[in-house]
Design a binder for this molecule. Structure first.
Ligand code: HAM
Length: 422
């Protein structure tokens, strides 16, 4: 055992699990591509101020969870805790706001939050996310949710719950913040230190509280839904109607406010009962002020991020099986047939696009067949002395146990046609 261990809260992803991750990501790329999303890759490091400004000073992420450190010149840098603010920054810095809108971007990659590690919660975790910039219409909210729904269905999910809410536009939130502050102020002494501070800075954040005493107090608080402007109400109604039309099931959850400050109007989470305490699989919503907050023009946006670690934790077995990457062919030299010939046959087959393992270890035939089974190979190509003399090989189909002789020159084509239809 090495004395070097991975850093607490980080994980090594090893095969065969990495094949499952790759298959999930390939599905995301394909499905998001159907909706016109293109990949964006932003740095893992950003100036700290980016997150303070957008995610918000009074959030847990900025207040407690960021990996922030000075670089050698004393500038404050942060390992990105989320990727919406970096994408908005890159959008502006790349001048994409002056091209055709909307711009549709997706990303796959690690994020960092200094949280207490537990099942489904890591300090380096991974997100698959999508952001649509430059369209304020509720129909783009609906289309984004349809894309997410399609992706999750393609992975085989059926039992997930979509929680949907609106936090309203800026005017709705201003009115609501006042009402909430008015309600909580007389109970200020009963609030914890965090919430007491938030009462002044950002009372909406208090709705996130996990503290049982505060939750009880919040049960009697005024509802955000009663402070929505007509425009915010109409936006949300259209999103709900569109989802109803397309048969996407959701539950309106009027306490859902999300833990980041940049949200406006539609917000959502997707939760899984199979996940335990950390049950949020996806979080997202609209952020119509974010680009302007970064000093750009007012470009509305909406997006989501899927927690990939959690997604894979509860991935349906059917998808997992399909993702298992198995070679289709094992080539085995028998008796005095040299390993070099097996390697040569292997190269010919790979040239024809087949995934091949070559048995060069000189194992007994029985052991080699066991290995083929373990690898999940479909075919074993046996190079016996007699067949090799006749320029032929014996092919064993592990699916039905049948065995036949095939001329070596025809082998690649013979296997390739049968593997495609397998
Ligand atoms: P978020 O809700 O903070 O939103 O994170 C999205 C998802 O990332 C969560 O639902 C969860 O699955 C996963 N996640 C978060 N923290 C951890 C952790 N410590 N360990 C494992 N998984 C975790 C955002 O990050 C927003 N940027 C989403 C968004 C995109 N909104 C608009 N566009």
């Amino acid at each position: 055992m090495t004395e070097y261990r991975r850093v607490k809260g980080t994980r090594d992803l090893l095969p065969p699990e990495t094949a499952v991750w790759a298959a999930v990501e390939a599905t995301a790329r394909r499905v998001f591509g159907l909706y016109g999303y293109q990949e964006v890759r932003t740095p893992l490091l950003e100036h700290t101020e980016l997150f303070v400004r957008t995610v918000g000073e009074s959030t847990d992420i900025v207040g407690k969870e960021m990996y922030t450190f000075p670089d050698r010149k004393g500038r404050s840098l942060t390992l990105r805790p989320e990727n919406t603010a970096p994408v908005a920054r890159a959008f502006l810095e790349g001048g994409l706001q002056s091209g055709p809108l909307p711009v549709k971007l997706f990303y796959v990659g690690p994020q960092f939050r200094y949280e207490r590690p537990q099942k489904g919660r890591y300090r380096q975790f991974h997100q698959i996310g999508a952001e649509l910039l430059g369209d304020a219409s509720p129909w783009s909210d609906a289309e984004l949710l349809l894309m997410l729904d399609r992706f999750l269905r393609e992975l085989g999910f059926t039992e997930l719950e979509v929680l949907l809410n609106t936090v309203g536009d800026a005017a709705s939130r201003r009115a609501y913040s006042e009402a909430l502050r008015g309600y909580l102020q007389p109970h200020a002494e009963a609030l914890g230190a965090d919430s007491k501070r938030r009462l002044d800075t950002n009372p909406l954040r208090i709705l996130d509280s996990k503290d049982p005493k505060e939750r009880e107090l919040l049960a009697g608080a005024p509802a955000l839904a009663d402070h929505l402007t007509d425009a915010a109400r109409a936006h949300f109604a259209t999103v709900c109607e569109a989802l109803d039309d397309f048969g996407v099931k959701y539950k309106v959850s009027d306490r859902l406010v999300r833990g980041l400050d940049y949200y406006t109007d539609t917000v959502f989470e997707i939760v899984s009962r199979d996940l335990g305490a950390q049950d949020a699989l996806v979080g997202g919503g609209r952020y119509d002020e974010l680009v302007a907050d970064l000093g750009g023009p007012r470009v509305p946006g909406i997006g989501f991020a899927i927690g990939e670690d959690r997604l894979i934790e509860v991935l349906p077995a059917s998808f997992r099986q399909r993702a298992a990457a198995a070679p289709s062919v094992l080539v085995v030299p028998i008796g005095t047939v040299p390993a070099a010939l097996a390697l040569k046959v292997g190269e010919e087959l790979r040239g024809a696009g087949l995934a091949v393992e070559v048995e060069a270890a000189g194992r007994a035939l029985r052991k080699a067949l066991e290995r083929a089974g373990r690898l999940g190979a479909r075919w074993v190509v046996l190079l016996g002395e007699d067949e090799v003399g006749r320029e032929a090989v014996t092919v064993k189909d592990l699916k039905d146990g049948e065995q036949r002789e095939v001329p070596r020159g025809a082998l690649a084509a013979w296997l390739a046609t049968r593997t495609e239809s397998a």
